[in-house]
Ligand binder design. Sequence first.
Ligand code: HAM
Length: 410
Amino acid sequence: MIQRLRGFRDMYPEYMRARRIVFNKICDVARSFGFHEIDAPSLELLDLFRVKSGEEIVKQTFSFVDKGGREVTLIPELTPTVSRMIAARKDLVKPVKWFSFPKMWRYEEPQSGRLREFYQFNADIFGISNIYADAEIIALAMEILDTLGLQDKYVMRVSDRVLMEELLRKLRVENIEGAFRIIDKRDKIPEEVFREEMLKYLSSEAVEYLSEILEMKGDIDTVLDKLPESERTATLLELKDLLSEYGKSVMLDLSIVRGLAYYTGIVFEAHDARGEFRAILGGGRYDGVVELFGAQHTPAVGFGLGDVVLELIMRREGVWPEEKIDVDYFVAIVPGFRKEAIKIATKLRRKGYRVDIELQDRSLSKQMKYANKINAKHVIIIGEEIKRGAVVVKNMGSGEQREVKLEEIL
Ligand code: HAM
């Protein structure tokens, strides 16, 4: 037998039911915040990500040369595509608030929380440069997790690339991007390796100081108090105030810089409060991307939430929906009454019920066993009674069975 590829999933009906409930809740929260749904291609020119996302992500693409000789790739993220869509439409009324839930692909080593094919919910606000949009997007991300039953089970860690850049410049770092890359890897490499790498950019005292800064995690004002006065202090305090009006509180954690090259301001990640899993979601402000597509300067802020870590943490917390398929009715048929049964099933289906019908000519007892296995809530038996306008209905929960007038169930 040919096996499924590593890092990919087969999704069966029980699982799909649970997943659909979760995805619907996420999209409903986005709609409640005034976001509108979009969709986009799964295949793009590889150059789109070379220019917009940075080498790190290009290394992880599922890319190939197509029959026309073009270097194309399955999308590893959506941000460049959405930015292109924004740039292509001059008529959009700003701010633009869009969400989507595409599948994406990254050639990473499959491990807990990381697969090669996954879904990623995206929400972005375009056209607003002030901190109100950052607050709105962070509040949306948190409201989604809270709605899914994860309140207090995660921590929203916020940082600011502008503040970090300021601090690094004070430490006389010239290659800011290089330093960010190493800081981003800090959690995944041993402390000595981190220090060694940073010594390429900093004196040893400066590395000490930087390590201290990266450890200062806590309430926004508490951490700011420990840092030198910055032009960003007021902005970060305002973010804290705005978020508290949304009923949300976040942690300032300057070790969050995010791997993607395009972020220009506030960045954030939600992490499991117990520290068991990788980031649940991540995002930030990326004010320079839309204009790379020839449009005028368009500030942007957004995030991506993958389905893999989300599922792990929801399962651990016991809030992943039950994986069980069922139907409202199973229409069982006594030999000779198929035509009547089809008519009744059709009417019930048009009323919005989920209705299965006997597709073989099994004995009634076999049909009842089947109805039980598919978790039918009720079985309607179509037989002789139909001649006087009635059917037998069995409530599979209570086991109660009675004759019911057809009008009553239709
Ligand atoms: P990202 O941090 O690369 O950001 O991915 C965001 C989220 O996608 C992660 O926190 C994780 O939930 C999920 N994810 C990423 N890679 C994998 C994987 N291999 N397997 C399972 N889940 C994964 C971005 O992609 C940005 N484009 C997000 C964004 C939108 N920024 C602004 N707007």
